[in-house]
Design a protein around this ligand. Sequence first.
Ligand code: NAD
Length: 474
Amino acid sequence: MYINGAWVDARKSFASHNPANGEVLGHVPDGNEIDARLAIAAAAKASPEWAASTAYLRSNLLHRAWQIMMERKEELARLMTEEQGKPLKASRNEVVYGADFLQWFSEEAKRVYGAVIPAPRAEQRFITLRQPVGVVAAITPWNYPISMLTRKMAPALAAGCTIVLKPAEATPLCAMAVFKVFHDAGFPPGVVNLVTASDPVPVGQEMTANPLVRKITFTGSTRVGKMIAASAAAQVKRVSMELGGHAPFILCPDADPVHAAKGAVLIKGLNTGQACISPNRFLVHRPLVPAFVTELTARTAKLKAGSGLDESVSVGPLINSMALDKVHRQVEDALSKGAKLECGGHRLTEHGLDKGCFYAPTVLSGVTRDMLIWHEETFGPIAPVIAYDDEAEILPLANDTAYGLAAYVYTPTLARAMRLFEGLHFGIIGINDINPTAVAAPFGGMQESGLGREGGAEGISEYLETKLGGFSLV
Ligand code: NAD
């Protein structure tokens, strides 16, 4: 663990495994609530001086961290592929995306402006300051084990907050590598703190119960996010929540089904379907279904699965056997209720893949609303195709979910695109675009997909309070 500027051990340790072959990659400290308390105390002690430091100092340190992360791109990418499973090319992209947040918020640090507001009385003045919220506790998932850390840490640090982070138990080595970057960049002791743990509950409880923590930022499942938000409410702590998704991928009646299928394979394949913005429901105008399914199936069946260290592989393993079971349960449920299997539909075991958690990329057609896959986030390489007959059905079908993170629309018609952009209840809409994310753009969900936005101009606001000064001149 990294507490108060030093690497420290816990009484116990736990192993991190390679999901492609089950091998142990290393052992890391198994922290608990006492370690979390120490880390929070260190962050609280460092907080006043860090909050009072100049934006230029914080900016320079973040810029240095960006440089170091970019210098270590290849070693970080290899570690990520080994620990999380995504193919090396995708890991390299993630390291750059993760580093982008350091660079972007090193710039935003210098642009935290207050305001002078016209007051109602002649002898009165209103001025606002934007000040750091204080100690931030962050909890992150395994699926993007580097960028999900920097997407929180960079804006928090730029704003003048200190931070304690608990990474996912499946990817602690990536988190340690990120903290080595911060250490080497020269952040003062206590400003960034890391507590690794095999059991998230004691650390999470300390984070929500400890009054020194003023803000919780969480990325993970909606189930856990709700519990954390509920606990944080007891002390009215600020919360940001980046939660699950159930993205529709819509082919309007005038879409090109072959072009859309190319995009569908790329975005569905992203991180083997283990992305919060992964499309989970392909809504296709019935006359386009045959051409779309033929192209989607042909391209999906060609994808090569294996260890992400093999540069020819585009499908990595799922994170663990529970994920395999969940995906297979959804496929079996759909097939038992009348869906048609176009390809895949089984675990991959040949050529040594049985040592890892590999599932064949799968296309299901004839999917209907009574199937589990219609309602549950899949987090695996399954593409379920649902046919609709009338354009008026699109919005009710697409919005038929408690989630609201990402949605995708294919149409060459501007008016259609605009109507759907306005009518979809999702925070991120890709219009003929399968990659509507970047550090400069706000990322986040509506409804049960979350609260708040990360990245973009909004990202730093999540870590700032607005304070009003009313001055009487008489
Ligand atoms: P998860 O909710 O199981 O775990 C996320 C984090 O919460 C981990 O660090 C875990 O250790 C911790 N955690 C689990 N139970 C906890 C508890 N009781 N108290 C405190 N901490 C606890 O989710 P996951 O399986 O790691 O990640 C996948 C989920 O994350 C998916 O639902 C995905 O959609 C979501 N996600 C969302 C975004 C986004 O930006 N919206 C990004 C990536 C992943």
